[in-house]
Design a protein around this ligand. Structure first.
Ligand SMILES: NC(=O)c1ccc[n+]([C@@H]2O[C@H](COP(=O)([O-])OP(=O)(O)OC[C@H]3O[C@@H](n4cnc5c(N)ncnc54)[C@H](O)[C@@H]3O)[C@@H](O)[C@H]2O)c1
Ligand SMILES: [Zn+2]
Ligand SMILES: [Zn+2]
Length: 346
């Protein structure tokens, strides 16, 4: 079968691999019907994901149809349409039982698919712990609507949840890339009083303005985000800040724009360590929350999509057949032609 393979640092190739088979009783084989490319795939390419194994098939954001299941899998059956979770988790260890599935103690726990084991930019994918890793897509929901459930939408849902947003809060979101926009969809469901979005890319600012007229969108290079957040909340800054951009500037922007005793959620990954200038922050009494997504709310997210409360289909700006995935990578990496997300059809 066709598969997009991480050959070595800086090199992805489209090649042939054998069709995967059930290896463990908890496995399922999924025929991929739609996959996507994620910013994290580019992090692998650039060598900033040390755990990524050379030779693996890439791809951790996909939907498909169950082809076969191992003897321990009862939640899904052949022919079910499913989303695949970016994280592999056993469901039984201390961390899984507490919902911290990103830290599952299994050797493949956390982000393994398309990183340490073969992923879904291919015709078929083997999903370990399928009981946890697969979620059935409701019949009314199309593949395009469900494509981001297992990764960036799970991330947005998790970020809004751990941000502890209360009705009426002022929420400041930094970065309106695909993850930022998925987060925005989930933040809105918490009924905040005001949402402020900072984004440097004019096309992405325009995207948010057009689709979310109630959101205040600023260019942080022209308008001071801390002052804007303070003006909206009337209490010295945003109640909740979510940083989904990932630069030194945006890390500083995040804590500066939070009100005293606010919550700062760091979703972004950074290429370098960031500095918390504690003397400057003294007295602000902030709570920081950081980490990798705990992607265990996918059934809830699929239900919200079914009800029309979350719709991320507008993020798919381009679709390519798997045979042309290298062109899709080029477009996505160079941010050409107004690309936000690329869908790939095996
Ligand atoms: N924690 C997790 O589990 C998890 C999951 C998914 C993604 N991520 C991370 O989230 C981040 C966002 O992902 P993405 O796919 O949306 O990436 P992206 O690079 O497309 O989005 C980042 C956005 O931030 C904007 N930006 C850059 N500098 C800015 C500034 N100074 N002010 C305002 N906006 C600025 C960019 O223009 C871009 O639109 C990445 O770091 C990614 O690795 C984390
Ligand atoms: Zn991803
Ligand atoms: Zn576990």
């Amino acid at each position: 079968m066709l598969a997009c393979i991480y050959e070595a640092k800086g090199k992805f190739v489209l090649g042939e691999k054998p069709k995967p088979e059930i290896l463990e009783p908890g496995d399922a084989i999924v025929r991929v019907t739609l996959a996507s490319i994620c910013t994290s795939d580019l992090h692998i390419k650039h060598g900033s994901v040390p755990r990524a194994a050379e030779g693996i098939t890439l791809g951790h954001e996909m939907v498909g149809v169950v082809e076969a299941v191992g003897s321990k899998v009862t939640k899904v059956k052949p022919n079910d349409r499913v989303t695949v979770n970016v994280e592999t988790f056993c469901g039984e260890c201390f961390f899984c039982r507490h919902g911290f599935v990103n830290n599952c103690e299994d050797k493949n726990g956390g982000w393994a698919l398309g990183c340490r084991i073969d992923g879904g930019q291919a015709e078929y994918v083997r999903v370990p712990y399928a009981q946890q890793g697969l979620n059935r897509i409701p019949d009314e929901v199309r593949d395009e609507q469900a494509l981001f459930v297992g990764d960036i939408l799970a991330t947005g849902y998790w970020a809004a949840k751990i941000g502890e947003i209360k009705p009426g809060d002022t929420v400041f979101l930094i970065g309106a890339g695909p993850t930022g926009v998925c987060t925005l969809d989930c933040v809105r469901l918490k009924n905040p009083g005001h949402i402020l979005v900072a984004e440097t890319d004019p096309a992405r600012r325009e995207y948010v303005r057009r689709r979310y007229p109630e959101v205040k969108v600023i260019d942080p290079e022209l308008e001071d985000p801390a002052a804007a957040a303070s003006a909206l909340s009337g209490r010295g800054g945003a109640d909740v800040v979510i940083e989904a951009a990932g630069t030194e500037k945006t890390f500083a922007m995040a804590w500066k724009a939070a009100r005293p005793n606010g919550i700062v959620v760091i979703v972004a990954l950074y290429d370098h360590p960031q500095i918390l200038p504690l003397p400057e922050m003294y007295g602000k009494n902030l709570t920081f929350k950081t980490g990798g997504v705990d992607g265990c709310d996918c059934d809830e997210i699929l239900e919200l999509i079914r009800q029309g409360k979350i719709d991320t289909t507008g993020l798919i700006t381009h679709t390519f057949p798997l045979s042309r995935i290298m062109e899709a990578y080029e477009l996505f990496e160079q941010r050409k032609d107004g690309v936000i997300k690329v869908a790939v059809k095996p």
